[in-house]
Each structure stands twice: as C-alpha cells, then as structure tokens.
Design a protein around this ligand. Structure first.
Ligand SMILES: Nc1ncnc2c1ncn2[C@@H]1O[C@H](COP(=O)(O)OP(=O)(O)OP(=O)(O)O)[C@@H](O)[C@H]1O
Ligand SMILES: [Mg+2]
Length: 389
C-alpha cells in the first residue's frame, strides 16, 4: 500500500480526490494539503509516495509545488488533474517539474487506478500491492447457509482478533445479515453507491452499523429492484475502501452474482464456496469451482465448506474430493434447532466449547485471524481442531 496526499483548491475537490484514491485499493493514507506556498511541506516533513495536485487557476503555482516536492523527495510521484485539456507548452512545463501524469477532472477512479498500477509495476514495488484482507463467502446454490456462515464467522473473527472486522452484505435479492444480527441499519450498500464521489474511509464508517460483538456491517439492500444500480465496479470500489480501513473484510456474496464479479474475486485472500452434501449442492459445487478456476481465480484461494454436515456424508464427500482434486476445507455440523433459534432471535451462535458447531466456527475464525489455537491443559486441542475436517 502507498501513502498519498492531495492538494486541491477547495475542500470539496479535495474530498473527492481523497475518495478516488482510497477507492483504488492501493492507498493506505491520504494527507490533505493546500496548493499555496505557505502550505508546502517543510524540509524534513515527510512526503508521501504520491501526490495528486489540482491544476486550478495557476499552473505556475501547481508546478512550483511539484518541483518543491521533488526536491524534498526525488522519488515522489506527482499527478496533476485538470478540468481543461492542457496546452502542449503546459505539458512540457509539467514534465520539467517532474509531473508524471495528467488526469482529466473530475478524475475517473478507474483511470487513476490504472495510473497507480503502472507506477507500482514500473517501480517493481511489492509493498504497493493492496493488502489482502477480503474473505468472500458464496453459496454453490441458494439456501445452503451462506449468510449464516458469513455472519457467524464475522462475529467470531471480531471476538477472537479484537480487530476491526467489516461485513459487506452483497446478498441477493436482498441482504439478510442485519436481520440475523438483530440490527436496525440506517444506511445500506445503496447509500454507499449513491455517494461514491465522497466514499472514503470516514464516510464508509458512517454507513456501518455496529454489532455488540464489534463486527461492523454495511447492510445489504432490502429492495431487490435496486440491484440494477449496484454495478460490480461500484461494489469493488466499496471493497477497496473497506480493505483500506479495517483488518478483515467479510463479504456475503450469496449464490447469484454477475460474471463481472470474478475480477473482484481475484483480489480476495480466500473465496469460500458453501455447499450441502446432497446431490444438487455437490453437482453445482463442481460446476462452480470449474467456472471460478477458469475465470482466473487461483484455485489455492478457493475453500470448499460443507454446511449441515453429518458423518454419513463422508462417503459422498470422499468421491467429490477426488473429482475436484481438492480437500474439503471445513465441515460445519448440522444443528437445525440451534441455528434456527439463533437466526430467529437475531443472536449469533455462542454456545461454549463443548458445542461442535460453535467450536468449528471459532476454529475457522482463529485460523483466518492468524491466532494460534491454544492447547487444552489435558493435551487435547481446545477447539477440537481439524477433527471434523
Ligand atoms: N449448520 C447448520 N445446521 C442446520 N441448519 C443450518 C445450518 N446452517 C444454516 N442452516 C439453515 O439453513 C437455512 C438457510 O440459511 P441461510 O439463510 O444462511 O442460507 P443462504 O445460503 O444465505 O440462503 P440465500 O440463498 O437465501 O441467501 C436456514 O434456515 C438455517 O437455519
Ligand atoms: Mg443469504
């Protein structure tokens, strides 16, 4: 991840540029400066990896600023944005003062993303790559427990890690995560998409609803018709801002999503595909895994999760594992009474360590959070680790 600063002529433009930068997924922090010489960083003050300057009324002031930044940090990348097509002499002047790119204003976040990607590639800057915090949970088909799993994993990760965990509810046709957690969200993913021009980390934080466990939820839409305006591109900008402002991001993607989503899935650290061990579930699972792998998603990142597992399923699962050439990542035991009660009460699963289902959730959460599982004093794994896998 890179550090950045913006220097614009007014707070509104500055906020827009900051949001664009955070939506690229490559930027860790954004400082805001003015263009006038009194607001120049002083020698010794830290200069970020890249600076986005608004050309404004005075090209001279803007280029002087760029030259000043280069003196303080020769490797700084300055990009200038301008509402007008620059004349050739202005471009030459810009180059002389170390400006790397000229972007049209209002800046198109995708164009900016492309420019930053080129910069990272040219510099061979491995540190510039976005951090992989995203865990996507999707169903091989509808009704297999995708939302139950995402909600309970999110709660457990928040509890075991004590870090910032964001939940993005992209379930279709409507999102159920808030209902399962008994939350009354004031805002949803629709508000995030409606306000993309100012969606930075701070704005996103204002749209989230906090659960007692610490999990922060961007609620899904409660109106299926609104999916028409929730494009894959817009949602991936939300994901980027979420990743830049948290430690873990969990996404409930449901089981029906447009193929454009595969691009965003490539950036996920882990894609869990949930199934039940019955013929329709396993049949769809095989098709889905093949489709995901052929769309360029690294098979190493795919995880098969069998929900409502029972030991009599093992024979069928063994032959599926052979065919898909991949082991089942997790088996979540069937416990209809406990899960139904939890869903209807709007409380996540919370039984103690002797309960196989909650134990399994805790175990997966600890693994995702990178927290070593403690050993029981008697020498047995505290969470019965791996016993059901
Ligand atoms: N481990 C489990 N044991 C028993 N029942 C379960 C388990 N996990 C989930 N269920 C049940 O599965 C049903 C579907 O759950 P959920 O709504 O999470 O599925 P989904 O895949 O998100 O559905 P949709 O496709 O509608 O979004 C619920 O009724 C829930 O009680
Ligand atoms: Mg669901």
């Amino acid at each position: 991840m890179l550090t950045a600063a913006v220097a614009a002529s007014n707070p509104e433009n500055s906020g827009y540029l900051r949001a664009c930068l955070q939506q690229t997924g490559f930027i860790q922090s954004v400082a805001e400066w003015g263009i006038s010489s009194e607001q120049y960083p002083a020698p010794g003050e830290s200069v970020p990896d890249m600076v986005l300057l608004e050309l404004g009324a005075s090209a001279e002031a803007c280029f002087a600023f760029s030259a000043h930044l280069r003196r303080l940090r020769p490797s700084v990348c300055t990009m200038v944005c301008s509402a007008k097509e620059p004349r050739p002499e202005v471009l030459i002047e810009a180059m002389r003062n170390g400006v790397r790119e000229f972007l049209g204003q209002p800046v198109d976040p995708q164009v900016l993303q492309g420019a930053i990607e080129r910069l990272i590639q040219e510099r061979g800057n491995a540190d510039g790559q976005p951090e992989e915090k995203l865990v996507v949970v999707m169903g091989s088909k509808g009704g297999v427990g995708t939302t139950t799993i995402t909600v309970n994993l999110g709660v457990q990760i928040a509890q075991v890690s004590k870090k910032r965990v964001l939940f993005l509810d992209f379930g279709r046709p409507v999102g159920h995560a808030s209902v399962m957690l008994d939350l009354q969200p004031r805002f949803s993913v629709v508000d995030a998409v409606d306000n993309l021009q100012r969606l930075d980390a701070h704005f996103l934080a204002g749209l989230l609803t906090r659960h007692d466990s610490g999990l922060e939820v961007l609620a899904g839409t409660s109106n299926a018709d609104l999916w028409a305006k929730l494009s894959a591109r817009a949602l991936s900008r939300i994901v980027n801002v979420a990743q830049g402002s948290s430690d873990f991001v969990l996404m409930d993607l449901g089981s029906v999503y447009p193929w454009e989503w595969n691009v965003a899935l490539k950036t996920a650290r882990m894609v869990m595909v949930v199934t039940e061990a019955n013929v329709p579930g396993l049949w769809t699972l095989e098709k889905q895994l093949t489709a995901l792998a052929s769309s360029g998603i690294d098979p190493q990142r795919l995880r098969v999760v069998v929900n409502r597992w029972h030991k009599t399923d093992e024979e069928a699962l063994k032959s599926v594992e052979k065919r898909i050439k991949c082991g089942v990542y997790a088996r979540l035991p069937n416990d209809f009474r406990q899960v139904s009660e939890s869903i209807n009460l709007g409380t996540p699963l919370s039984r103690n360590h002797n309960d196989p289902l909650t134990t399994k959730y805790r175990q997966i959460a600890a693994e995702i959070a990178g927290i070593p599982v403690e050993a029981k004093p008697k020498g047995k794994a505290l969470f019965g680790l791996l016993s059901g896998r």
